[in-house]
Design a protein around this ligand. Sequence first.
Ligand code: FAD
Ligand code: NAD
Length: 473
Amino acid sequence: MAKQYDVVVIGAGPAGYHAAIRAAQNGFKTAVIDGFIGAEGKPALGGTCLNVGCIPSKALLESSEQYHKAQHDLAAHGILIDQVGLDVPAMIERKAKVVKGLTGGIAQLFKANKIEWLQGHGKLLGSGEVEFAPIKGKAEVVKAKHIILATGSKPIEIDAAPLDGERIVDSTGALEFQDVPKRLGVIGAGVIGLEMGSVWSRLGAKVVLLEAQDSFLAPVDAQCSRDAYRQFTKQGLDIRLGARVTSVNAGKNLSVHYEDKDGKQSVQVDKLIVAVGRRPQTDGLAADEANLLIDERGFVHVDEQCRTNIPGVYAVGDVVRGPMLAHKGMEEGIMVADLIADKYGHVNYDSVPWVIYTHPEIAWVGKTEQALKAAGVPYKAGSFSFAANGRALAMDQSGGLVKVIAHAETDRLLGVHIVGPMASELIAEAVVTMEFGGSAEDLGRIIHAHPTLSESVHEAALSVHKQAIHKAN
Ligand code: FAD
Ligand code: NAD
């Protein structure tokens, strides 16, 4: 007889495992089907995020930043180090340990919550039915009252630069270099391009980023992206905008050919990372007879509450519309697991924070000034530079700014944008304020400890009404 569950989740990335844990907490008999093969060739939970995404990239960003600091920044503090060495394999090994700890942690959480991990491939057959094909062995049909699709995304490949897994790689390959390439090319100056480019640049590679768009980081508030661009180029990142890659010749060197406003160009590199975006993973996800609706961009079609067109089937995370961010998928997973338990479930898509973990970090929530202008929304903006923040100066990290945008009539916060130290942590305060429908005045009246970086958020909020203390308004 077919195995029977209350909830079956396909995909154990952040969206899927959050859905599964909450479903189990809600008293449902839950199974998760996932066939991801992680380090050491063993099945691993956690999906892209834990295995080859958020976590390993942040581990390498941290290590490379420590190296860069030791090499370039400690002398300013009066700390003199004769020689700073670099052991790339050790750095990669440390990253692998961090990943292993976390993916193993999810396996323990599954055990603790009595969630069954079915290792293999899942295919939706229709309402209440999934085909499970184990990594080894025969496929079987499993039954579930509720099915949650959480199959994530994968890198987009381009014909101009076919991956070879050695010298031309995607983000996964870029996490595994065993030595520092002398010259590194990156196609796409988006989130992955900038994060991975920063890692290898800090470790000594000469990095050139080829970005097809004429503007830099288009989704970011223009004032912040200008500031970040200035800081990145000062660090030595060679960011070429309006550069459309046409082909790559893989001889002794890699010759990357591209076209920009001045015509045909080329650049020689030793390794090339292709980071031109990701696409939803729906290959083999549903049988034709299931009639799962996929939208024109390849995402599983869902409503606001992540219901697909098939009764009892939901989809969450990167495989559905919205930003491809781990925390967005996590909240969707939790929402769905609560909805099927007849509890309250909701995701506020207007307050999803974004973070780019470069140096400086870039973080934002809500609307950019350019978007508000285009939409004709009346607003007031205030900003505050980290150069006037005592803590930032003490840390020797005074580049960047905080910008607060509020509605001109109601003063309600519409967006907060940060370029600078610990922007990833500072943005949380803005998210909370926005979730509670707070105003720039609210943020300006809240006591912030001194001396902290968060005082810059406070001052930027005060600056909306030209009342910042440490700045000529
Ligand atoms: P995934 O994490 O992609 O997981 C999907 C899982 O489903 C995988 O294990 C896959 O093998 C499995 N699967 C797919 N199809 C099937 C099937 N048919 N049967 C069984 N299993 C299947 N986001 C952030 O918020 N912060 C970051 O700092 C960040 N950094 C990133 C860095 C990199 C280099 C990359 C590539 C991504 C990063 N992201 C980051 C994005 C983040 O990883 C994704 O948004 C997130 O992983 C999406 O979660 P998910 O659960 O929807 O899918
Ligand atoms: P992205 O959309 O952030 O950037 C891709 C860039 O490549 C864009 O700027 C695009 O204009 C450019 N591009 C596209 N085709 C090109 C071409 N042929 N030649 C040159 N440039 C080209 O995508 P990504 O950096 O691959 O990241 C994918 C997604 O993963 C992100 O959108 C994000 O959702 C997620 N992610 C998040 C984080 C984070 O939260 N810190 C980190 C990494 C990835």
